[in-house]
Design a protein around this ligand. Structure first.
Ligand SMILES: [Zn+2]
Length: 272
């Protein structure tokens, strides 16, 4: 993959070649290349194309549409939590949208590059308080602000294929936009998960939440395990709750003031 980047982007590559001499890993070079070669606008365009694919697939991604007043209130509630957190981060100046997928059996949430966050009704129902929902949304926002999805796409397909998608090359579009085999950005590296956790803690604090929500939600799911494992499998497999990861978040939160650590935790206002 690195060789492909070098061949296809010779102008930039002199800089990247230097970095290779400094012993940066192939993954790191691809991440640097993503930042250099994929602009915010291009990432949003790629994400918008994914969003269209997801929302056209009503079998796998049935949207929780706002048919009733109660539904509308739930959609607005999730959107307001997400937008409030997004407003309080200043890592990336892009718009965020938050969409509820109507499937109580899936406990998951995921982020599409460009600012599109999806959360399943199964996760909203499982959350025990608003801080946990906020924690999950902040974590997904963290994947987007750190451009993890775009970086994953570059690793999977190469930059030249992504650029072909942006100019409308139909075979590249078919390759990259094929969501039938599962969304590639559901599987991030452990480093990506650490980074999204770390960003989420800062965003939650700035927004005024108790920052422990994502951590307590992961612990709760891991503790439940057993008979309900199949329902929880998706979230746990896409967000592995390693002890290491939980301890890392505990360390970050532990360095914050007691006022922050003791912030109140409110109930979930609307549940599906
Ligand atoms: Zn994650």
């Amino acid at each position: 993959m690195c060789i492909k980047i070098m061949k296809k982007n010779t102008i930039i590559i002199s800089g990247l070649t230097v970095m290779m001499h400094l012993s940066l890993s192939c993954n790191k070079i691809q991440d640097v290349a993503t930042d250099l070669l994929i602009s915010d606008e291009q990432e949003i365009e790629l994400g918008t194309q994914y969003k269209a694919q997801i929302e056209a697939d009503s079998d796998d991604y049935p949207l929780y549409t706002a048919k009733t007043d109660y539904n509308q209130n739930l959609v607005k509630y999730i959107d307001s939590i997400g937008r409030n957190i997004a407003r309080h981060q200043d890592d990336r100046d892009i718009d965020f949208t938050f969409t509820v997928i109507d499937n109580d059996t899936v406990v998951n949430a995921f982020a599409v590059p460009g600012g599109f966050v999806y959360i399943y009704t199964g996760l909203i129902k499982s959350a025990r308080n608003e801080a946990e929902i906020a924690g999950v949304l902040a974590h997904e926002i963290g994947h987007i602000t750190n451009r993890h999805g775009a970086k994953q796409m570059v690793k999977q397909f190469g930059i030249s294929t992504l650029l072909d998608v942006l100019v409308g090359d139909s075979s590249a579009v078919r390759t990259v936009m094929d969501i039938s085999s599962g969304l590639l950005f559901l599987k991030y590296s452990k480093e990506n998960e650490f980074e999204a956790d770390s960003s989420s803690v800062e965003y939650l604090i700035k927004t005024g939440y108790n920052p422990s929500g994502m951590k307590t939600f992961l612990e709760f799911l891991a503790d439940m395990g057993g008979g309900t494992a199949s329902k929880l499998a998706t979230f746990l497999s896409t967000h592995p709750p390693t002890d290491e990861r939980i301890k890392a978040v505990e360390r970050i939160i532990g360095r914050k003031s007691s006022d922050i650590q003791n912030r109140s935790i409110t109930d979930v206002k609307y549940s599906p």
